[in-house]
Design a protein around this ligand. Structure first.
Ligand SMILES: C[S@@+](CC[C@H](N)C(=O)[O-])C[C@H]1O[C@@H](n2cnc3c(N)ncnc32)[C@H](O)[C@@H]1O
Length: 363
């Protein structure tokens, strides 16, 4: 049923019709929650009130890659295609909460052996048009790209996931991203640091300096054995090369004054803008372009909290919704193809939520 939008009033008194209008909006918003809605994403996004979504993760149809039976991707030109995506993106920004994030994953295309750089053209257009920030271009490295053999070009095996935000206050949980559980790498060996005892003993340090070096070495060995740190390196004056530059009180200074310096290695892996993962296929699924559940779950952990609302305006086989459900988030999926909606709903029926220990329980 088409509802009439209330007219704007110059007074601050809220009209009864306005109250009713937004009350209806809220009811319809609820009906999209934890559901896959069949329809055109732009039309449906327009019905969602402002600031309701915490995270958008999506992979729009690629330009002239596949025929999904209508929808975006079959435009005559790349400009037209990007314009259609920009319209959807614009609605995503409007309905995104202020501390939310938008992730768009796009694929590229060769036309007459000429790579079109479509994902980057889209990202540039977004930055030009909207007051958003591009936080990262996360590169998905496909571990099993389609084994084609071209004579005069290499096989494409990466795709970008662009991370956009409205401002610097976006929610971010780096601890939970690519966190494979606590590392209990305790070293029990008796050889840890053994070489340094010998080096200190044979060094030209004064007796005082040697005493301090032995004491500090004992401490870091203990920290390594108990798993507090991953490992360490020691630099001793006259034996190891001096570091260049640095600040007063830094390593160079310690080496000069104390005769040694210890570098502790904390063991936190560097979280890079690259994520490696195989292309997935789902047994029995008719959908030809599914993105990996693993990547989507990691991004959901990074950019949302439990019970947050995660939206995918091009839901396909429902990967985003499945990931959100498993991680105890609410989800909204929009998909134009009725068959894919069915596939997504069937996947969701079989999906269980994980508890905070990562164990699965039936919902
Ligand atoms: C690349 S696929 C998404 C696949 C999905 N990420 C998954 O893992 O299954 C893009 C989807 O967008 C759908 N689509 C195309 N135009 C659309 C539109 N205007 N509104 C909603 N969905 C649309 C297509 O039917 C297709 O399923």
């Amino acid at each position: 049923m088409k509802r009439k939008k209330p007219s704007k009033s110059n007074t601050f008194k809220i009209k009864e019709s306005t109250v009713q209008y937004y009350a209806q909006e809220d009811i319809s918003f609820e009906s999209y929650l934890d559901n896959i809605t069949n329809g055109d994403s732009l039309a449906i996004l327009k019905l969602i009130p402002n600031n309701k979504i915490n995270l958008v993760i999506t992979s729009p149809p690629y330009f002239k890659q596949r025929d999904y039976g209508g929808g975006i991707g079959n435009e005559k030109s790349i400009d037209e295609y990007i314009e259609n995506l920009i319209n959807v993106f614009s609605e995503c920004i409007r309905i995104l909460n202020n501390d939310g994030s938008i992730i768009f994953n796009l694929g590229d295309k060769y036309l007459e052996s000429n790579l079109q750089l479509i994902p980057y053209r889209f990202a540039l257009e977004v930055i030009k048009k909207f007051p958003v920030k591009l936080v990262n271009n996360i590169t998905w490295v496909k571990l099993n790209p389609t084994p084609r053999q071209y004579q005069k070009r290499l096989v494409s095996s990466t795709e970008p996931f662009f991370h956009f935000v409205k401002n610097d206050n976006y929610y971010y949980n780096l601890t939970d991203y690519l966190n494979n559980g606590p590392k209990s790498k305790k070293h029990n060996g008796n050889n840890i640091g053994k070489k340094y005892f010998e080096l200190i003993e044979n060094s030209s340090l004064t007796l005082e300096q040697k005493k301090l070096a032995f004491a500090e070495l004992q401490n870091v060995i203990q920290e390594t054995k108990t798993g507090k740190i991953e490992s360490f390196r020691m630099k001793i004056k006259g034996i190891h090369s001096e570091p260049f530059g640095g600040q007063d009180g830094g390593r160079k200074y310690q080496l000069l004054k104390k005769g040694f310096t210890i570098i502790k290695i904390k063991g936190e892996p560097i979280k890079r803008d690259v994520i490696e993962c195989a292309v997935e296929t789902i047994k029995g699924s008719k959908h030809p372009a599914i993105y990996p559940l693993y990547i989507i779950k990691e991004l959901i952990k990074l950019l949302s909290k439990p019970n947050d609302v995660v939206l995918d305006p091009f839901a396909g086989s429902g990967t985003t919704a499945v990931a959100a459900k498993e991680l105890n988030r609410r989800y909204i999926g929009i998909e134009i193809n009725e068959d894919y909606c069915k596939t997504a709903k069937e996947r969701l029926k079989k999906t269980n939520k994980e508890n905070f220990l990562g164990l699965v329980y039936a919902s």
